[in-house]
Design a protein around this ligand. Sequence first.
Ligand code: DON
Length: 577
Amino acid sequence: MSNSSRTIPAFYPIIFGLTLLLLITSACNVNPEMVYEADKEEEYDHAAVVTGHPLASEVGKEILESGGNAVDAAVAVQFTLAVVYPRAGNLGGGGFMVYRANDGTTAALDYREKAPAAANRDMYLDEEKNPIDGLSTKGHLAAGVPGTVAGLMAAHERYGKLPWARLVQPAIDLAWNGFSVTETEAERLNSFQEAFQEFNDPDCPFIKEEWKKGDELVQTNLAITLNRIREGKAAGFYQGENARLIINEMKSGGGLITYQDLLDYQPVWREAITGTYDDYRIISMPPSSSGGVALLQMLNMVDWAPLRIYGFQSIEATHLMVEAERRAYADRAEYLGDSDFYEVPIESLIDKKYLISRMQDFSADTASTSGLLTAGDFRKMKESFETTHTSIVDAEGNAVSLTTTLNSNFGCKVVVDGAGFFLNNEMDDFSVKPGTPNQFGLVGAEANAIKANKRMLSSMTPTIIEKNGELFMVLGAPGGSTIITAVFQVFINVVEFDMPLEDAIAAPRFHHQWLPDEILVEPNAVDPAVRDSLQAMGHKFREINRMAVVKAIQKLPDGGYVAAGDPRNPDDDVSGY
Ligand code: DON
């Protein structure tokens, strides 16, 4: 594989070609031929980054070392992931960023996709009002209006230090020159060939008879798209040639996104959702993600109990945590949706008194039944599987926790012709019909019904945690509905069961989401004897191979950081200095 820049084809307009040539030949220290030795855990004195791909971690570290801050690194990492991690890193999707500056100020950026203006609540139902299989998950109609580029620009405008062009450049270089795919990415690309062929031209760079580890992936059109973004920032994506290509793609496949939808897209700065657990302050994502609300609910439903004495995955701890998870997901289904469209009672849902009352029907020796346990009624109180996460702390102690997604692997499988990026299938995160489960088995109601321009509810839980006012941990994960319970359990593993971060992440997990009424477990999660006892209490189990993939950084008591990726994703990689 050649590491040198390719020649610009003669048919590109001369000015554009010269600009591109300048861009491609400008310095990028990332070697696309690097051997992918993903590093799962490391300690660093000054700054750390954890991402889903070694090339992205390398770019993040390079930006941090050359004076960029955590937001600069996050922007560069996200653009790089759009190239090297096409199944989830994206330009055609959306995400959430939680930020904590070293002075303790916080912010949350919502750049989740939106329903196109022409969307309506019944758009995925047949004449009998039943969901049409696959319509909200595959093809053009599944795509929401992308938020990523507008989101990254908003983050950079508010906090960035290095020039925008400097942050987009590594991604352009990797797209243009190519890079070798990892074994995991080759496997993923192979599994979706049929869908790629169904929705794309044969010259689409992802279509190939068989991908193997080390094969080169060159994405010329994506490099040109990134160049437009480098030059025009968000306008380079939402207007002009790129908008034209997206609209053409929509027209060719019956999608709903219009030029006006693209022009109208705006990310939203929101107040981060915060709450406490012992000496810890949790800073997480408010709606349109359910992550922060559900995480605070679970933590406050268990914080009265001596988890430390019960022990890791003991009968008592597992039963209690499962019951907290069940109740949080029941509330999620009823009350959570885009707060710009639906009045989400956030304060009530995370109120400590409400959460104590929510556990009043908890029985220490019997499983609750989800069919009988509905969402809580806080009004009585009188007094709320493919994504990628990045955690970063810079040398000044500013932290970013950012999760971004196309929803499924490679989103709706449509690559925008001529622009080289996948579109999301995020529309499936709406409740397409009350009570009908989405691809993660999650049900919803009016709060998350489809409406024009509304954001679909997410489970993404980018989170930052303080201990006694100081930065303590940055974490988050991909993994659909299992994201929230993974963040919950990794935090509990560290603070209650005294696990080192790496072990806390690797430890097998369990997950309950109210409906279906079962505990999902990874192989070897929950000791067989404990499982027998829990079954005798009425719990049902189902085994799945893998749950959410956590990436976290923890501040060490004597200075520096430990960064850890998740063995569940072979490509998870830490870097820093
Ligand atoms: O926003 C959400 O909750 C989902 N679209 C996330 C999808 C996901 O994590 C798939 N990954 N493994």
